[in-house]
Design a binder for this molecule. Structure first.
Ligand code: BTN
Length: 323
């Protein structure tokens, strides 16, 4: 389609003016067809300037998720199978429910109607500048140790967002990225087991980041934040995704090659280390000092004279006393 081809050309030269004449020749269509395709792209929200007698330019800050734009950003030779959905209940569920999806399927949604978090929680996923995507791994799973997948993912998101924004971000065990007491991003990793053998047959890594979100509903205002709110800048979500994925692919390999190194990098950014936290233990609220991580990535907490090991499946922690 002319529109997709045109977007690809504009993406390849973001910030530069491409002449209408060159575009029509490259695409092999009329000038009018180029003009019409530009109007359609503008209607989709792409920031394209029409420069009189010169041509068209896709502005550097234009931030619309598209398959073409993502392919361009991630690199033509990347092995991802990219999809961009207007709306879906959850990108994790979407990948989980389809057997036909290929290894390295990478699904983005502009909006999720049932964005999911850990422990059955929901994740705010309106079409308001957030980045919601899931990556499916179903080949070469022996290259990874799934026990560390959430840790690898959390560290990747933290490092990528810190690099992009300059903010000193922290990780709230096990999967939340925080800035000054507010949540900026969350991760939901899910695996499927082969019933007969008990081996892992697929891994879904779901990531939600509040990127350009300008505000949150009342009930989230005190607990959620975004890169935009904290830095006053807007970000091209495709670039954010690229940065996260490049950290993620490296860190996933470390889950097998060097989990101790991965854990030590993770621990550097761990919130509440050495501080008092509260948690539910056997359904009872308890307080204790967050002492360390075990080599498996579980949490060691000193509470009422004993050292407890908390596993991520059941536990959520918070600072200070349980309310
Ligand atoms: C959490 O808050 O505990 C984790 C939130 C994870 C949200 C992401 S958004 C993309 C993917 N799809 C989902 O339904 N959840 C993850």
């Amino acid at each position: 389609m002319v529109k997709e081809e045109l977007l690809k050309l504009l993406e390849e030269s973001r910030g530069e003016i491409l002449s209408g004449n060159d575009l029509k020749d490259t695409l092999g269509v009329s000038r009018n067809a180029v003009w019409k395709a530009i109007q359609l792209l503008k209607e989709e929200g792409h920031h394209i300037d029409s420069v009189k007698n010169k041509g068209y330019t896709l502005l550097k800050e234009s931030d619309v998720l598209s398959v073409g734009g993502l392919m361009q950003t991630l690199g033509a030779q990347s092995s991802y199978h990219v999809e961009v959905l207007e709306e879906v209940p959850s990108t994790n569920t979407y990948l989980k429910e389809s057997d036909s999806k290929k290894n390295n399927s990478l699904v983005f949604a502009k909006k999720q109607t049932k964005g999911r978090g850990r422990l059955g929680r929901s994740f705010f996923s309106e079409d308001l500048g957030g980045l919601y995507f899931s990556l499916l791994k179903k080949e070469d799973l022996t290259h990874y140790n799934p026990s560390y997948a959430t840790i690898a993912c959390a560290l990747s998101v933290r490092d990528a967002l810190s690099e992009i924004s300059g903010l000193p971000l922290s990780i709230k065990w096990v999967n939340d990225i925080y800035y000054e007491g507010k949540k900026l991003a969350g991760i939901l990793t899910e695996g499927t087991l082969e019933m007969e053998t008990g081996t892992l047959s697929s891994l879904i890594l779901g990531i939600g980041i509040n990127v350009n979100t300008k505000g949150f509903p009342q009930e989230l205002v005190d607990i959620a934040t975004s890169l935009f709110i904290e830095t006053g800048r807007t970000y091209v979500r495709q670039d954010v995704a690229k940065n996260v994925l490049s950290h993620l692919e490296k860190n996933l390999l470390l889950t097998k090659e060097n989990p101790a190194g991965l854990l030590s990098a993770y621990k550097k950014h761990l919130l509440y280390l050495g501080e008092e936290i509260t948690f539910l233990y056997n359904t009872q609220p308890r307080t204790g000092i967050l002492t360390d991580l075990t080599p498996e990535g579980h949490l060691l907490v000193e509470s009422e004279g004993s050292l407890l090991t908390l596993h991520s499946g059941e536990i959520s922690i918070r600072k200070g006393e349980q309310k």
